[in-house]
Ligand binder design. Structure first.
Ligand SMILES: C[S@@+](CC[C@H](N)C(=O)[O-])C[C@H]1O[C@@H](n2cnc3c(N)ncnc32)[C@H](O)[C@@H]1O
Length: 315
């Protein structure tokens, strides 16, 4: 359900986006971006998506009371992933050292200005979000955090080299709409920021992203949907720095190694990476570069892969 156009003055080329408020199927609020031509969340539910695709695969039970967990949230947006994480950590009394990257201040401000959004969170978490929006940081006995505003390709370099993350959440718009944040170079950079046992988690199941993550040296796995269909065969990707991040029994229903269908996907033209060697390319340039590489490649076509797996539920 579309509710309201929130920034009618934004233009196609401005840094600020034209955002339309909408309601998702679990009742939680989301935004549609006219600049990126996409919604911020799956229409199944913004809260549902944060919990299923980011929090559940995080394996937060691995961290004990008073331990400090380092988390990098790339594309903070309205703050759903951040807030769900904070709520979960508060419950188990694990401390948080948080870094967020986001180009646009509006999504978080719009979210905080909405009563329905505010009512999702405890006073403590809401207070943290408000401080992040107002002062770019927060600090208390449960942890501390900072948000760096600007293009994540640049602001990633402002995080001190010595900081390594136990969890990296990667939540940009799709590779087709925002290839800048899915380039092999950017994925390489963020992968190098994972700690021993660290996990990079994203809703994206695209072959290009998985192939790039593999080449960065990560162990790539799939987030498993509750019900597997030929369309919904994965909820995303969880890439491990090393075998220290390996799952215990309680996670067996949440993620698993790539299966045959997913591995075959990596041998098709869909697996050709997005490249941004200078870190300055526009989306159009990155897409054009990839198209040329696809045309030259002798990988199998993605349509033959689709046909091969069309009627199987194998995920
Ligand atoms: C899919 S939304 C993120 C949703 C968010 N994780 C949440 O929980 O609400 C994508 C976000 O990426 C941001 N974005 C787009 N390009 C960016 C860039 N180059 N650097 C940093 N953030 C960017 C957009 O402003 C938008 O807030």
């Amino acid at each position: 359900m579309i509710l309201k156009d929130l920034n009618p003055n934004a233009t196609e080329n401005s840094t600020s986006d034209q955002l339309i408020l909408c309601k998702t199927n679990d009742g939680s609020l989301s935004l549609k971006s006219l600049k990126f031509k996409e919604c911020f969340h799956s229409l199944n539910g913004a809260t549902k998506e944060a919990k299923e695709k980011f929090i559940a695969p995080s394996g937060l039970h691995r961290y004990s009371k008073n331990e400090i967990i380092f988390v990098l949230d790339i594309c903070v947006g309205m703050g759903y992933n951040t807030a769900c994480l904070m709520e979960a950590l508060l419950k188990q009394s694990t401390c948080l050292n948080y870094w967020g990257l986001e180009i646009d201040k509006n999504p978080l401000q719009l979210a905080l200005g909405n009563e329905s959004f505010r009512s999702n969170w405890t006073v403590k978490v809401l207070d943290n979000l408000k401080q992040i929006a107002r002062e770019n940081q927060w600090k208390d006995s449960a942890g501390k955090g900072k948000i760096l505003w600007g293009d994540a390709r640049k602001t990633i370099n402002d995080i001190p080299e010595k900081i390594k993350f136990d969890l990296i959440y990667l939540d940009p718009f799709s590779p087709q709409q925002c290839p800048q944040l899915w380039s092999e170079e950017f994925l390489q950079k963020i992968s190098s920021k994972l700690s021993k046992g660290g996990r990079l988690i994203t809703y994206c199941r695209a072959a290009a992203i998985r192939a790039s993550l593999k080449r960065t040296g990560l162990i790539v796995n799939s987030i498993i949907p509750k019900e597997i269909t030929s369309k919904v065969w994965s909820l995303g990707t969880i890439a491990l720095k090393d075998s220290n991040g390996i799952q215990d029994k309680s996670e067996q229903l949440i993620w698993d190694a790539l299966n045959q269908k997913e591995n075959d996907h990596l041998a098709t033209t869909a697996a050709i990476p997005y490249r941004d060697p200078t870190g300055n390319s526009s989306a159009i340039e990155i897409m054009r570069r990839r198209r040329i590489e696809q045309l030259k490649s002798n990988f199998k076509s993605t349509s033959s892969w689709k046909k091969r797996w069309a009627n199987t539920k194998e995920s």
